[in-house]
Design a protein around this ligand. Structure first.
Ligand code: FES
Ligand code: FES
Length: 159
């Protein structure tokens, strides 16, 4: 039995401890917002937070999660449903195309902005390595700047 938190709720997992977290989330906990892309840690579509850090859940075994706190895209909005500033910025910049990669990109961005609250384009290029087959990268970058502004001013002005 492995006990950890998912979106602040206690989980007791008694399946195969070698199972990737991605499948535990999707198949055991019905949290299907986290997406399977490559399955080998390359694309980032499966990104979640573990103890506040962005991690690729397809290559993270449940066995290492005892006592840890996992946050998925479903847990990002506030308790009252208020969107996280990164989600709000994504909406305002109309970022997604097909949408498949976007939950992972948003989770990666939230963790990235905690390290780089006012990132340059170079910071973004270096720090956001998720893949998007629809090529939304230009809008992603604009949305990251908007999210940084939203977090700072609450108004969302971009520079
Ligand atoms: S599905 Fe996990 S990195 Fe691609
Ligand atoms: S929006 Fe389609 S893969 Fe990124």
């Amino acid at each position: 039995m492995i006990s950890f938190l998912v979106n602040n709720k206690p989980v007791r997992f008694d399946g195969d401890p070698d199972m990737p977290l991605l499948w535990a989330l999707r198949d055991h906990l019905d949290l299907t917002g986290t997406r399977y892309g490559c399955g080998i840690g390359q694309c980032g579509s499966c990104t979640v937070h573990i103890d506040g850090k962005a991690r690729r859940s397809c290559v993270t075994r449940v066995s290492g999660l005892e006592g840890k706190s996992v946050v998925t895209i479903e847990g990002l909005a506030g308790d009252n449903g208020q969107l996280h500033p990164v989600q709000q910025a994504w909406l305002e910049e109309d970022v997604p195309q097909c949408g498949y990669c976007q939950a992972g990109l948003i989770m990666k961005t939230v963790a990235f902005l905690q390290q780089h609250p006012q990132p340059s384009d170079e910071d973004i290029n270096a720090g956001i390595d998720n893949l998007c087959r629809c090529g939304t990268y230009v809008r992603v970058r604009k949305a990251i700047h908007r999210a940084a502004a939203l977090s700072t001013t609450g108004k969302g002005e971009t520079t």
